[in-house]
Design a protein around this ligand. Structure first.
Ligand SMILES: Cc1cc2nc3c(=O)[nH]c(=O)nc-3n(C[C@H](O)[C@H](O)[C@H](O)COP(=O)(O)OP(=O)(O)OC[C@H]3O[C@@H](n4cnc5c(N)ncnc54)[C@H](O)[C@@H]3O)c2cc1C
Length: 589
């Protein structure tokens, strides 16, 4: 074993230092009994095996698990109705028990972090799906996942977005936080797809928003008073830090007639896809461009002309991933790719749908052809199927490359900002940080046009060799973890602050107080809302100060710039200092 790896003995010693709190906490018996009376004994447990299954899961778990800051919940409870959710939340308030809602658990924030006394409120039993077909409005409960929802929409000749996280994630959870898909190009961002809501506040009151507030059908997101979606979601959502949404009306959109005959599921897992049986009505087309500028300018123009159903540029390594049979196959392909190949490869992926007729799609294709001529875009052979965005999920494959995956930067801004941010991140990563992650060789990330180009989405992904990040692995590389963390928590935010991009992964891998001062101190408003609606801070702490809490667990000499900015924000322009969870100082890991 080479000297820069720690030995197994050292790893064991490290483990004993890392966790400074007991792993298991039982929660008060009285609270357990009261919750049991609400849901019945079948739907509540303190069984350790079940609790362990709710520990340290979801996207982002790599950092939390390896820092030993993931804990099992003290109680798991599965309510079946809004009334039961409200009762449970009130019991948590009575006993000062922090709670975390979880709908399908794709995110680490759906599980306890930093403390073992949290109650997990698992919402999977709240499965409601009701359609008002005439008005294309669908009522969903938090247990409904994209797989259910998208299939049901297709059966009604309607459609909805599906995310890269895919069919396993909950429609409500995703609409509250993130809600991004290339299909947002035509269906809009998630805050506009959500209509009326039913919300259990962090103190256990039941509140209705939009037209539900007036006992109407819930067709509208607005209603008397302010639109609550602004507060419940804002830019990127609360990740469970603002109570629980127990029901939501979402807008669905008209699609193809007899959609189930045109989109036919084929293949055996994991190679499943929707086969397009009528490419005159629905088609993905890949366009190749001579250079990056033509691709970018063309995106602006096709968006302005409102052509197509989606326009997206994916990282080049995704193409190799899609072609690979397994991890080894991927690495063989990717190792042969040079930076020049990436610099000279410009592919834009477009979806066309003939919503009303073949003629309509034909018109869009012809208009598109004219624009392509102007920018030198040429059509490439493209599979007549969809693996990701309409109903399926190839999300699990995201971990295949290195076994460790966490997005760095993601958010919605102008197309200009998105192009610029991706390029800067690609450059800095290539020149300084590529050796700590899967080398991306200067790629500019995944981006897409939203809302006909009125906004755009960028996501910059990062793949890590988990052995190099795990302090307990004999292959642990302290420098990789330190520099990789610097990339996540400082470098990316520095780039965003220069370009004007705002990262909606700030909830868990960068610090609100590092970003806020560059964005009109929006954290002050976050604090005000939290102080008003969640004065005890029991709703999924330490949200939204996840990054600030995470940083306390790193060695004190790491990230001096970020720490000094946080201190300044706490002293001066933010009132958040009081709302940070009080934790005893933890030893450096
Ligand atoms: C590989 C991968 C790719 C992804 N790609 C995309 C993508 O392209 N686009 C995109 O938008 N997202 C993407 N995601 C994110 C994914 O869609 C999210 O995980 C999803 O939005 C969260 O849904 P969930 O059902 O897993 O929620 P959970 O993990 O259960 O919850 C997520 C957060 O919301 C809170 N929460 C859950 N339910 C409620 C509720 N009812 N009320 C209030 N708070 C609640 C939880 O406490 C938690 O903090 C991706 C994730 C992965 C792992």
């Amino acid at each position: 074993m080479t000297t820069h790896y720690i030995t197994e003995l050292e790893a064991r010693e490290k483990q004993s230092q890392m966790r400074t709190e007991p792993y298991w906490s039982e929660g008060p018996d009285e609270a357990f009994k009261e919750m049991e009376e609400v849901v019945g004994s079948r739907w509540i447990t303190r069984d350790k095996v079940a609790r362990q299954a709710y520990c340290g899961r979801g996207s982002g778990h790599e950092i939390y698990w390896y820092l030993n800051v993931s804990y099992p919940p003290c109680i798991i409870v599965l309510p079946a109705s809004t009334g039961e959710v409200a009762d449970i939340v009130r019991i948590c308030n009575k006993y000062n028990l922090p709670f975390v809602p979880t709908s399908s658990g794709w995110m680490i924030q759906g599980f306890p972090r930093y403390r073992s006394d949290m109650v997990t409120i698992d919402l999977q039993r709240m499965w409601e799906w009701k359609i008002d077909k005439k008005n294309m409005v669908i009522t969903v409960g938090p247990g409904v996942r994209y797989g259910h929802h998208c299939q049901a929409c297709i059966e009604h000749d309607l459609w909805f977005i599906n995310t890269g996280g895919g069919s396993a994630s909950s429609v409500i959870a995703n609409t509250l936080s993130f809600g991004v898909s290339p299909l947002n190009y035509r269906m809009g961002n998630s805050e506009r797809r959500a209509l009326s809501l039913e919300w259990v506040t962090p103190e256990g009151e039941i509140v209705y928003s939009g037209s539900w507030a007036q006992c109407e059908e819930g067709f509208w997101g607005d209603g008397p008073g302010p639109n609550l979606m602004g507060m419940l979601r804002g830019f990127c959502g609360w990740f469970g830090g603002m109570g629980i949404v127990t029901r939501m009306n979402v807008k669905a959109f008209s699609f193809l007639e007899n959609a189930t005959e045109i989109l036919v599921p084929e293949g055996v897992s994991p190679d499943t896809h929707l086969s397009f049986k009528d490419t005159g009505r629905i088609r993905w087309i890949n366009f190749q461009f001579p250079d990056r500028k033509s691709l970018e300018d063309c995106t602006i123009e096709v968006s302005h002309a409102q052509l197509g159903a989606a326009w997206t540029k994916v990282p080049v390594f995704w193409r190799d991933l899609a072609k690979s049979k397994d991890k080894e196959d991927f690495w063989e392909r990717w190792s042969g790719v040079q930076k020049e190949d990436i610099d000279n490869f410009h592919l834009l992926r477009a979806l066309f749908v003939g919503y009303t007729s073949e003629k309509q799609m034909d018109y869009e294709l012809k208009a598109c052809e004219d624009i392509m001529k102007k920018y030198g875009g040429t059509e490439r052979r493209t599979k007549p199927s969809d693996e990701s965005w309409i109903k399926n999920a190839d999300a699990n494959g995201m971990w295949m490359l290195t076994s460790g995956y966490m997005s760095t930067d993601g958010g919605q801004e102008s197309l200009r900002t998105v192009f610029e941010t991706g390029k800067r991140l690609g450059d800095i990563l290539y020149n300084h940080y590529d050796r700590y992650f899967l080398p991306q060789k200067g790629d500019v990330g995944w981006w897409q046009s939203n809302d006909f180009g009125h906004s755009a989405y960028l996501e910059f992904m990062q793949y890590k060799n988990v052995d190099h990040w795990d302090p307990l692995s004999p292959f642990f590389r302290p420098e990789t973890r330190e520099q990789g963390t610097k990339w996540y928590m400082q470098v990316v935010t520095d780039v965003d602050n220069e370009t004007g991009f705002c990262n909606f992964f700030s909830g868990f891998q960068s610090c609100l107080l590092y970003i806020g001062p560059h964005r009109s101190d929006f954290q002050i408003w976050i604090d005000r809302f939290q102080n008003e609606f969640s004065p005890k801070g029991l709703s999924n702490p330490p949200t939204p100060y996840e990054g600030e809490t995470l940083i306390e667990h790193f060695p004190a000499h790491w990230l001096p710039k970020v720490r000094s900015h946080i201190r300044r924000a706490k002293r001066g322009r933010s009132v958040c200092a009081g709302s940070l969870p009080e934790r005893k100082p933890l030893r450096d890991t």
